[in-house]
Structure formats: structure tokens, C-alpha cells
Design a protein around this ligand. Structure first.
Ligand SMILES: [Zn+2]
Length: 282
């Protein structure tokens, strides 16, 4: 027992001495290794540990201009961090990630629009039921704010949601849940009609792709999705002529576009009447 204690004690003493002597060179080699293997900003990589040789147990992460490293093997205590220079591609990544907002999460208290009669009545009077039934649009009900909610999505990802108040006491009339600058799209046709709100976009979606501004300032909006259309008919409210002409001027840089002059607001027309006005004047 006594000899055993003596031997282990001697052994561990000898080992730590050896580490202390090699510490300086080891640290230099480790820093060199990390510099050589550093990933791009916001990325982690896993490699074999340079200290314990553990297979893929060593992670190097670059974040906020810092390199962080760590070995997952319990017996290997190597761990550290240091400041580093940002490369051109790191700066690009940072700019892009602040521009593209993370995907939007729909509040979990939204329910099916079929749960609320007022919401269904609103959709019926605004000619949106077809779009709902044919699943061209995802439409829900917000029981907290008493709103019918149109989800801004590309079919696979949600970007935002906009809710129309069903109660005069609930303001504003249209409420945007997210912070995206996305337009609302409904339908998949080659010709698009640009309208003010999501309900109007759904209403025209049997014959055109309805695109709703949702109060977005065009100069901030993400317009890339408009490029694919053969033509965009700008069909805003009857009193928005000035705005329509400004929009046409702005859109003409990316897509063929024209203003449709309506005598009444869009909501007073059905899709046949809208088609007639559009094809007669263009
Ligand atoms: Zn290790």
C-alpha cells in the first residue's frame, strides 16, 4: 500500500513537471494549429484534437471576432479563446445575416380560421374563400386580437403575418406581426396584380397572382420576387393615383408594369370585372 502510494505520487509529480516545461511550446503550437484551422465567422468546425488526438472531439468556433476552442473529451481539459482578425468573407457574412432576418415564428395561439364565424364572414365578403379552400393562402384567426390573419409565406417558410381587425375597437385595422419587408403573394400566374392588402390579393388569385403591399414602402421592400412576372398591373385604391404612378416608375426598373385606373376601390369588383378592365386597357 505504502509503495503503491509512493509510486503513483512520484509518477504524477513527474508528469506535471514535464507539462510545465513543455507548456510554452505547446501553447504556441496550439495557437498556430487554431489559426491554420480557423473557420469563417459564425461557423464551428470539429477536428481531431491536437492535444489528446481524440477523433473529431476538438471544436473551433469563430464568433464576434473571437476564436473559441474546446475539446469534448472529459480527460482532455484543453479550452480557450482569443481575439482574431475578421476576413473579408467574415464581414460579408455579418452584413448578410443582419439583413436577412431569421425565419418568423407564428404565435402558437393562432387557431384555424374555421373556428370563428366573423372571420369566415369577412373572408366571404372579400372573395377570399376560394383562396382559402384551394390552399393558395394560409389564413388563420387570432383570438387575442380578434383578427383574421394572412400568413406571409413562400409555401415552405413563414416570413411574417398580417391581421385584419374584425372589431372596430381593435386598432390598427391591419396589424403586422413580424418585421419583414416582404410582400404577400397569393396564386401562381404569370401576370400579377399589385394591390394594397392581403384580402384583395387573395380575391384576384383565381386569375392572377395577387401581390399585396401591406403598407410596405416599396423602397424598403424585397422586390426580387416580382422579377419573374410577365407583367405587373398596379391596382391600388381609386384615390391612390399619385402613389400608383410612383410605384410604376420604381417597378419599371425590374419588371414590366402599368397602372390600372379603377373608378371604385378594388373590393367593389369581382374577378371577372377586374379582368375585363385590365385586358381592355392594357
Ligand atoms: Zn482533446
Amino acid at each position: 500500500m505504502g509503495i503503491f502510494f509512493f509510486l503513483t505520487h512520484f509518477y504524477s509529480y513527474g508528469k506535471s513537471e514535464e507539462l510545465a516545461e513543455g507548456n510554452y511550446t505547446t501553447m504556441i503550437n496550439l495557437h498556430k494549429f487554431i489559426e491554420q484551422n480557423q473557420p469563417n465567422e459564425n461557423i464551428s468546425i470539429r477536428v481531431n484534437c491536437p492535444m489528446c488526438s481524440g477523433r473529431n472531439t476538438f471544436t473551433i468556433t469563430k464568433m464576434h471576432g473571437k476564436l473559441l476552442w474546446n475539446c469534448y473529451k472529459a480527460s482532455c481539459k484543453i479550452k480557450g479563446g482569443k481575439e482574431t482578425k475578421r476576413s473579408k468573407s467574415d464581414i460579408k457574412t455579418i452584413i448578410l445575416s443582419s439583413y436577412y432576418q431569421p425565419s418568423f415564428q407564428l404565435p402558437d395561439y393562432f387557431v384555424s380560421v374555421h373556428n370563428n364565424q366573423k372571420a369566415l364572414t369577412y373572408l366571404k365578403y372579400n372573395n377570399c374563400l376560394d383562396a382559402l379552400q384551394d390552399k393558395r393562402a394560409k389564413i388563420l384567426y387570432d383570438p387575442k386580437q380578434d383578427r383574421v390573419v394572412f400568413v406571409v409565406s413562400d409555401g415552405s417558410q413563414h416570413f411574417d403575418a398580417i391581421g385584419r381587425s374584425l372589431n372596430k375597437k381593435v386598432i390598427p385595422k391591419w396589424y403586422r406581426y413580424g418585421k419583414s419587408q416582404k410582400l404577400f403573394f397569393c396564386g401562381s400566374h404569370e401576370y400579377a396584380i399589385l394591390v394594397e392588402d392581403a384580402a384583395s390579393a387573395c380575391a384576384v388569385s383565381t386569375k392572377f397572382t395577387g401581390v399585396a403591399l401591406l403598407g410596405t414602402n416599396m423602397k424598403d421592400a424585397d422586390l426580387t420576387q416580382l422579377k419573374k412576372f410577365k407583367h405587373v398591373f398596379i391596382c391600388l385604391d381609386a384615390d391612390a393615383t399619385r402613389k400608383s404612378l410612383d410605384l410604376q416608375k420604381y417597378l419599371s426598373y425590374i419588371v414590366s408594369a402599368s397602372v390600372v385606373r379603377l373608378k371604385e376601390d378594388l373590393k367593389y369588383y369581382d374577378i371577372e370585372q377586374i379582368s375585363e378592365v385590365i385586358w381592355k386597357n392594357n
